[in-house]
Design a binder for this molecule. Structure first.
Ligand code: FAD
Length: 349
């Protein structure tokens, strides 16, 4: 590619919910479709589409519907097809599989308009006031890049106990297979994911379930126009189950211990399997000259013309009592892009 001629004005890397929202909002801001390049290794609605479909949502169906209808460019109102999610009470939560099909419909619709490349980006570098993106053997020159690359589950790794990865643990039938001929399973964590897994293990009748937690259970509490522990508290059916079974009548096969070194030493060793539901870290994308990517937690800026969104680069919010949380969820990504995109449009190289 010659000189510093840019191939595209914008490149969105990642086609999960955050990438879908970013492409939709760029189009809504009148960026011509042919000036947008969209890169993903699968275009299957990200980790949501490929890993978390069996998980009970912690947000209401209404927020998913709001996401689907937010961007004009999604053209969701022009669909002929109807989706199961539209038949569910909007005040309820649902299995995440219900949001995946409509998101895949939107993704397919956007794919017909913007330029796309299926592959894994290996490196970004600034050259002649352009971002040069290396993917497979190609190089694209782009004025601005939005990273929506998602996050990987954190793992602690205890050498002597075999791990069930989070993806399998959050899928009931996979977990069932993983627990065949297994007597005891340890779960680290006490968040939404951890409680779903503990519930599955109780229902599967695993003889001994050990849960190591760091802090007491947290529940989201609606406070009118804001929600206490909105991003970290338990919600929906998972919260109901935790109240009845952990704070109420503890299942006979469930043992909970604070995650102190001593407790872990005492109770982990004789367990057959371990599951870590202890958080996520951003997927790594190599950027020349930056050892580690750090985003501004209020506006998503990483560098001039380089921005981050989604679970990898979440917005930090502060509630009226000063509690700070990372704001994660489809609707939150969309609202954050709404706020920051006008800044990103003016913060190029
Ligand atoms: C268990 C669980 C339950 C959740 N429940 C809810 C819920 O109820 N409601 C809600 O709103 N949110 C929920 N979330 C949060 C959030 O919506 C999802 O985590 C969502 O998948 C994050 O979207 P994303 O687009 O940021 O990342 P992802 O969905 O992970 O998408 C990132 C995409 O980028 C691609 N990619 C990464 N690196 C590269 C590269 N170098 N080159 C090319 N492509 C690349 C990946 O392959 C992937 O396709 C949940 C999350 C988890 C983990």
């Amino acid at each position: 590619m010659a000189g510093n001629k840019k191939n595209f004005e914008w490149c969105v890397i990642g086609a999960g919910p955050a990438g879908i929202a970013a492409v939709g909002k760029l189009l809504d801001h009148d960026i011509p479709a042919q000036k947008i390049l969209w890169i993903d290794d699968k275009f299957k609605v990200g980790d949501l589409g490929t890993k978390w479909h069996d998980v009970s949502s912690n947000t209401t169906v209404q927020l998913f519907l709001d996401f689907l209808n937010e961007c004009r460019a999604f053209k969701f109102d022009e669909r002929i097809q109807h989706f199961q999610i539209e038949k569910i009470d909007p005040h309820l939560t649902c299995k995440l599989m219900n949001i995946i099909k409509p998101l895949q419909w939107i993704s397919n619709h956007l794919l017909q308009h913007v330029a796309t490349y299926q592959g894994v980006v290996s490196c970004l570098a600034v050259n002649n006031r352009c971002w040069e993106i290396t993917v497979d053997r190609h190089k694209f020159k782009v004025a601005n890049v939005i990273l929506a690359v998602g996050a990987e589950p954190d793992r602690i790794r205890h050498k002597n106990v075999k791990e069930i990865i989070l993806e399998d643990a959050l899928n009931y039938s996979h977990l069932k297979q993983c627990c065949e001929n297994v007597n005891s399973v340890v779960v680290f964590g006490s968040s939404h994911s951890a409680i779903i897994i503990i519930r599955y293990l109780v229902e599967l009748g695993v003889s001994r379930i050990v849960n190591f937690y760091q802090s007491p259970l947290k529940f989201a509490l609606p406070m009118g126009d804001w929600t206490l522990f909105d991003n970290t508290g338990l919600k929906g059916t998972t919260a109901d189950w935790a109240r009845e079974n952990i704070l109420g009548k503890m299942p006979e096969n469930l043992y909970r211990y604070q995650a102190t070194k001593r407790n872990i030493r005492t109770y982990l060793g004789d367990c057959d399997r371990v599951i870590y539901a202890v958080g996520f870290h951003p997927r790594v994308v190599k950027v020349a000259g930056m050892a580690e990517l750090q985003h501004n937690v209020y506006n998503g800026i990483i560098a001039p013309g380089l921005f981050g969104v989604g679970i990898a680069f979440p917005e930090q919010t502060t509630d009226p009592y000063g509690n700070r949380e990372e704001s994660v969820g489809l609707w939150k990504f969309m609202m954050h892009i709404n706020t920051v995109l006008p800044i990103w449009l003016r913060y190029g190289l």
